[in-house]
Design a protein around this ligand. Structure first.
Ligand SMILES: Cc1cc2nc3c(=O)[nH]c(=O)nc-3n(C[C@H](O)[C@H](O)[C@H](O)COP(=O)(O)OP(=O)(O)OC[C@H]3O[C@@H](n4cnc5c(N)ncnc54)[C@H](O)[C@@H]3O)c2cc1C
Length: 498
């Protein structure tokens, strides 16, 4: 039986591990942390369950390819309930509000009522969402393994979106927002994602949500990773925690082993680097192995920027169920590591009562942070650790004050404040510039995926969200699956999805 060593126990590493075991390989995962799961993680704080990751999961619609993958990984299934919210995002600004409803008829009516002068732009926007509702993310086979028939079927399926995607992928959210006259409609376009994203990405999110394909599995991030870990272990895999890989060693045009920070080594027939690709290229491999795709993506920052966020978790001794799942509101300005902020994005965990003690609730705010913000957090952490802590506490306090102004019912009711800076994502997972998604899809470069092979190293494969921008849980899981399909092909054995 051939053996695979996987570096990194995030969703991509676990996915690769599960499919490897199903296809008849022996498999060990080496994870630097004390547990597997990567960015899709959670922890306990003073009786609260802090969920670090999932806000929506592409693949909850049973008719989609991604749903099949999640079922095979036991992330979704008939026994796992999902939470389908009516509204993706509720916005409040200058005494007005709107919701991005799942029901596109209701969405159209509400937007037209809010701003009749924007009728043309609104109708076009909602029509575009209708088209993106038909998107079924290809998830079952790497493109080079599709038969001619499957390839044509895929093209046929994508044709309606393809007709408008070309144009919309060359328009940034900032440009698209200008089509609307009403300021709240402009904010609706800009509120959720970094402004440099192309509008096709935002329509993909909304189309996914509106087609029932972007709901939330009950149990959140912990549920997702624990079910994957359980399946990997039940299939006979081994997870070695506290194993930080520091270098690969080389044989003749192949990898001969991996060395860990504790001085131990491991050998296998195949190696899968499922850690952040910046760790793979900048720490584990000789610099000569970085290829054109990653050279271009790491150096052309206008075409391929990345982002992170500053998150606060607020435990509230109050009922938060009057809030929808996600709320965005304008507020009076505040500073975050040198940048002025004027709004707050708020996630409500009321749909998961198990995350808080009885009668209490958990909220989360997310503040988008760019590469230069990350560098400021990094500088503070490394050079002025006390100031780093002070800045996190000061910023959280600013956010709390604005939250209490917007929702006076929370005044004096916030019991626990937990903060996560972009630098935390780097420290805990090695995330490139603190980014927990992949490269932003901008109007300045077409979307490209990486095949996960490195020229000159026959037994090394890559998996992980960075191979398929814009990343996220589905892309992480799919790259794990694709890796094992490619590996099975090169071994001449059948791929078993189980
Ligand atoms: C706040 C937040 C919200 C998010 N919301 C969503 C959402 O709503 N929907 C969605 O789809 N996605 C969301 N994501 C993104 C999602 O979590 C990631 O896309 C996904 O988890 C990435 O998985 P991965 O396996 O590719 O990488 P990672 O999770 O980064 O896994 C890599 C693993 O490799 C390990 N590692 C790194 N270096 C080494 C080394 N040298 N040796 C050994 N191990 C190593 C790391 O510790 C980690 O466990 C969110 C993420 C965050 C943080």
């Amino acid at each position: 039986m051939k053996k695979i060593a996987i570096i990194g126990g995030g969703v991509a590493g676990l996915s690769a591990g599960i499919y490897a075991l199903k296809s008849g390989f022996a498999c060990d995962i080496y994870e630097q942390h004390i547990f597997a799961g990567g960015q899709c993680t959670s922890w306990k704080r003073k009786g609260y369950h802090i969920d670090n990751c999932v806000h929506w999961l592409t693949g909850t619609n049973p008719a989609t390819q991604m749903h099949q993958v999640w079922k095979e990984l036991h992330v979704l299934g008939d026994d796992i309930p999902v939470i389908q919210n009516e509204s993706f995002l509720h916005l409040e600004s200058e005494g007005e509000s709107l919701d991005l409803w799942q029901d596109t008829h209701r969405l159209r009516q509400d937007l037209l009522q809010l701003s009749p002068v924007d009728a043309d732009a609104i109708n076009e926007f909602v029509d575009q969402i209708e088209v993106y509702k038909g998107m079924d993310m290809p998830a079952l086979k790497p493109v080079e393994q599709l038969s001619i028939k499957e390839f044509w079927q895929l093209l046929k399926k994508l044709r309606p979106i393809g007709k408008i995607h070309g144009k919309l992928s060359r328009i940034s959210l900032q440009q698209y927002a200008k089509r609307f006259k009403h300021p709240l409609l402009q904010k609706m376009i800009l509120a959720y994602m970094p402004h440099t994203y192309n509008v096709s990405s935002w329509l993909f999110v909304l189309g996914t949500f509106c087609s029932g394909n972007g709901a939330l599995p009950k149990g959140g991030s912990e549920g997702i990773t624990h079910r994957m870990i359980d399946q990997f272990l039940a299939l006979g895999g081994t997870i070695h925690t506290r194993k930080k890989a520091v270098a690969f060693t080389y044989g003749k045009k192949c990898i001969s082993g991996v060395t860990f920070s504790d001085g131990t080594t491991a050998t296998a027939d195949y190696y899968i680097a499922a850690c952040d690709t910046a760790v793979t290229f900048k720490q584990l491999l000789h610099p000569k192995y970085i290829d054109k795709f990653f050279k271009e993506h790491y150096s052309n920052k206008q075409a391929h920027p990345v982002y992170s966020s500053f998150n606060t978790y607020l435990a509230v001794d109050a009922d938060t169920s009057f809030l929808g799942d996600t709320t965005w509101f304008d507020c009076y300005p505040y500073w975050a590591v040198g940048r002025v902020q004027k709004n707050i994005l708020l996630k409500n965990f009321a749909s998961e009562p198990g995350f808080s003690p009885a009668g209490k609730n958990l909220l989360q705010t997310l503040l988008v942070q760019y590469e230069d913000d990350f560098e400021r957090w990094e500088d503070l952490y490394l050079r002025y650790p006390e100031k780093y802590k002070e800045e996190k506490a000061r910023l959280a306090q600013q956010i709390v004050e604005r939250l209490e102004t917007q929702f006076p019912v929370f005044k004096g009711k916030i019991e626990v404040i937990e903060t996560v800076s972009p630098y935390s994502f780097y420290r805990f997972c090695g995330a490139y510039k603190g980014s927990y998604m992949s490269f932003i899809l901008t109007p300045y470069a077409p979307k490209k995926s990486h095949k996960g092979r490195i020229k000159g190293l026959s037994n090394l494969y890559l998996s992980g969200q960075w191979l398929q921008p814009p990343g996220g849980l589905p892309n992480a899981a799919v790259t794990g699956r694709f890796t094992i399909q490619r590996l099975c092909k090169s071994e001449g054995i059948p791929f078993n999805q189980g």
